[in-house]
Each structure stands twice: as C-alpha cells, then as structure tokens.
Write a protein that binds this ligand. Sequence first.
Ligand code: UT7
Length: 351
Amino acid sequence: MSNTNSNRIRAVITGIAGYVPDYILTNEELSRMVDTTDEWIMSRVGIRERHILKESGKGVSCMAVKAVERLFAKTGTKPEEVDLLVWCGVTGDMPFPATANIISDKLGVKNAFSFDINAGCSSFLFSLVTMAQFIETGRCRKIVLIGAEKLSMYVDYTDRSTCPLFGDGAAAVLIEPTTDNLGLMDSITRTDGSGWKHLFLQAGGSALPASMETVFRRQHYIHQEGQAVFKAAVSKMGDTVLELMEKNNLSPDDISWLVPHQANLRIINATGNRIGLSKEKVMINIEKYGNTSSATVPLCLWDFESQLKKGDNIILTTFGAGFTWGTIYLKWAYDGVRDLSQGLTGGLKIN
Ligand code: UT7
C-alpha cells in the first residue's frame, strides 16, 4: 500500500513521549525482601529492574503530567489546542474525579473534555481504538492519550509471586487526523468477563469497601493466578494477531514491528514465534521497566521511536485483567524522533 491521499480520515499518532521515575528497584534488592533470585526472575519473566515512584503524596498523575509536558514540547502543542485528554489505566489518583481531569488541570488543558478508561493491561489498546472514533467522525482534532501507572501501590512486597512483576511509568501520545494512508488501519478487541477471577484487586471498590478487615486480610494488593493468565495471554494475543494479519493480507515480511504488552518475556517470545516474526522485529523493554500495565505499549513506542519509519506496518497486541485483549494494525506516520524543540520533524508535514 502506498501513502497516497484518500478522502478517508484516519487517526494517526503524531508524537510520543514518556517518563519513568528515578528510583530503580533491582532484582538484587528484591531478593533481600522475599525468597527470590535474579536468576529465577530473569529466566521465568525476563525483568531485571523496574522504576518506582517513591515520593509520598505523589500519584500517577504526577508521572502522566511529566510525560505530557515532554509530548507538548516535542510536538509544539499548546495545552489550549487539545480537545480531548484521556488517561487510561488501573491506578488512578483517587476513585473520583477522573485522573484525566486532574492531569488536565495541572497542564492547563482548558478547552477539552477529559475522562478515564480502564481495561486492565489492555487499557491503552482499547483507548487508542476508542480515540480513533472521535478522530474519524471529525469530533476531535487533537487528542492526548496517556497510559500511566503507579502499580507499586498495589504490589504486596511480601508476595514473591507478584512483587517482581510490576513497575511504575507513563507515556503519552498525540493523536490527530490524516487523509494520508497512515495511522490506525484496523483492530480487533475482545473481552471475556469470566476471566476476572484470575487477576484482580479485591477491596477498595463498591463491592468490598476499604475497612480495617480488608487491610488486615491484605485485600488491597494484586491477586494473580499466574499460570491461568499466562496460558490465556499466549493463546489470545496470538489468535488476534493472526486474525488481523489474515484480514489485512499481511505476511510476517510485511510487518515492521510487533509491539506486545510487556508482562513476561516468555509470552512475548511465544507470540512472536507464533506469527513467524524474527526477534529483531519485536519491541522488548520489559527488562528495564517490568510490567507497567497501560504504559507498556506506549513506553515501547517511545523507546524505539528513533528506529521507526514513515509507513512502517506496526502491530500492537495486549492481554490483561478482565480478561481483555486485542490487536491493532497501524501505519507509522514519521521517520525517527519527532522533536520540534530540537528542530526534528521526523519528516511529518506540519500544519
Ligand atoms: O499484565 C497482565 C497479564 N499478566 C500476565 O500476563 C502474567 C502471566 N503469568 C506469568 O507471567 C507467570 O505465570 C508468572 C511470572 C506470574 C509466574 O511464572 P510461572 O512460571 O507461571 O511460575 P509458577 O507460578 O508456576 O511458579 C513456579 C514455582 C513455584 O514453586 P513450586 O511450587 O514449583 O515449588 C513458585 O512458588 O516458582 C515459585 N516462584 C518463585 N520462585 C522464586 C514463584 N515466584 C517466585 C519468585 N522467585 N519470585
């Protein structure tokens, strides 16, 4: 397919930026907290370290704001130009108001509406599909979508089966319309609600409000049946990637990059192998961030931005609590890093 102009409006990512907190929690430090080893974590999961937001009184919005400030600088966007701002994830600052409202306030985004989306670790993927609707209908022209998590607040650092897995971080994308043959081309999104019982956080919601008892019973921490989630993630991500490839006549050679949710290196490798993709085409950064839920996919795109080219066929795929999973096929819009503050346009035509 060529990047020729058509009348169809598509949603395209025109900039990306991320932020991770300074503190690095290593496997070595974890092995002093619980009965684990760097060898076990690296061989079973593939995580060497994760970033943790340590400062008290700082919620996920603090990281989100830093990522969006960088995004604004890179894309030359002014807060008042944004017409929709969405934060997606599972670790909001408060039950309400929406974290997106708090982020908008801190950034001076005043001409927009803003709200949150929660679809577990598929939050970013589901949100990108949802944001594309606002662009394709002409309702919005500049959308900021943020995947950010402070998962450390939900991690039980006495439970070795979950505490090595999760980290904190944030990444944001700018989404705009284009009539070029670029951007979000197709997607498959799925939910199986019966899977909720394998991955959840029990207390603190309306079903089981916080009490002395819920704290005593450690019900404010992530509960995961790892093997059940592992099996479903491997099969469901691979299924939807293959389905979407077939629907769009894409062979492994046509794909420039696979961007999988970063929960376990073995799941990532199994997905890449299942679709017959060589290792160099799979974005992997789990080793340095761990599982940052809604932030994994945009953090990958941010880390690999310098290697991306206009017209690259990119496949995003995720699996998460819910169960939720899905795959997006998109065509990347620009070459290398786009950072207007450094005079770099990435070859993207500026309006
Ligand atoms: O992001 C949302 C989606 N989440 C995922 O996709 C996560 C999917 N699940 C997984 O990635 C893996 O199931 C885990 C990484 C969570 C666990 O790996 P596993 O290979 O499934 O291990 P397991 O739970 O079957 O445990 C195997 C053994 C057990 O010991 P025994 O019973 O065989 O003696 C565990 O107690 O490993 C033990 N173990 C550990 N040993 C050292 C569990 N955690 C640790 C640890 N260090 N940190």
